[in-house]
Write a protein that binds this ligand. Sequence first.
Ligand SMILES: NC(=O)c1ccc[n+]([C@@H]2O[C@H](COP(=O)([O-])OP(=O)(O)OC[C@H]3O[C@@H](n4cnc5c(N)ncnc54)[C@H](O)[C@@H]3O)[C@@H](O)[C@H]2O)c1
Length: 347
Amino acid sequence: MMREMKDLVVGVVGLRFGAQHLKGVIENGATVGMICDKDANRLAEVGEECGIPAEKRTTELADVVNNKEIEVVILATPDMTHKDQIVQLLGAGKHVLCEKPLALEKSDLDEIVAAVKAHPECKFMVGQICRFTPAFKMAKEIIDSGRVGEIYFVESEYAHDYEHIFNDPTRQWRADPKRHGVIGGGCHAVDLLRWLVGGDPYEIYAYGTHKMLKQLPYDDSTLAIMKFPGDIMGKVFVSTGCKRGYTMRTLVYGTKGTLIFDNKSDTMTFFEVNPEDADHKAEEKIIPVDINNHNAASEFKTFADHILNDTPVTTDVMEGAKTALACISIVESSVTGKVINPDYSFS
Ligand SMILES: NC(=O)c1ccc[n+]([C@@H]2O[C@H](COP(=O)([O-])OP(=O)(O)OC[C@H]3O[C@@H](n4cnc5c(N)ncnc54)[C@H](O)[C@@H]3O)[C@@H](O)[C@H]2O)c1
């Protein structure tokens, strides 16, 4: 008999951004098996807000790992804990949706890829949530339909003022020297470009500056340029100290037109070449889009459908590992001043 959404019993671990995932699980009608946060106050707060009974709350990951009813686990804990938690959960036969970035070092990415390959019975998805943002999905559809033509330049930015986060004593793991803003938040912009062009940047060069968040052991702003297969130039700007509203403004330049869009606007702009015009002038078209920057419900539905229908996960472990490695390479270039050619093979 065909299994339904309510048959999926889900655990959610880490309840800050994870609270959004929990709401996505509930909105989709899946069953919450357990919620987990090592901070008992946060656990109680989210438990009350979402109506999760006390017996389904725990401060211990082991309770989720050992709970036989739980089939799916969403992991929204600090980045540096992902690898060990993924290994434990896969070892217990759980399907895992893990937040981005999967890890902060190549060796951890290798171990995560190896663990996922060792457990083909478990589905694994990386939470690159921007692939579910309506404007970004629409841009991808327009590109894939051929209306933009051959892409020759793509750029995106992750401009997000994090000062309040770095001043919060409970969130200091983000100031770990390995947790550079390009890998943490900037991975959204890098992943977006990889996804939109359908390829991995093979040559990367970057600069960084450090004028805003002096409490950080790394640059707060970075500019990277890169080459993608197919003779496509790429550019990514990341700032976690900038004084402006959060944006992921993105531009895609192709032989038949140019797309301009972001994660916060209710329209996107498409300059589309008019084939009737002798000079191939582009006409400006304003396309309405929904605003839903963190579409956790759509992300969970996609993962649940892969589990229920036993289909391959599209945003799989390799997507997460390649995006993280491209980001690690940007940081390496900005620190060493060298051009980096990432090796996207994972052991
Ligand atoms: N997709 C996105 O747009 C997005 C946005 C924010 C955060 N994230 C990612 O989500 C993850 C969590 O980020 P956050 O902002 O919620 O961090 P946070 O520090 O604000 O919250 C993490 C929560 O996890 C809990 N926790 C830590 N270790 C735990 C453990 N071993 N077991 C159980 N609970 C544990 C903490 O008590 C805390 O409540 C990170 O990987 C981050 O990069 C993604």
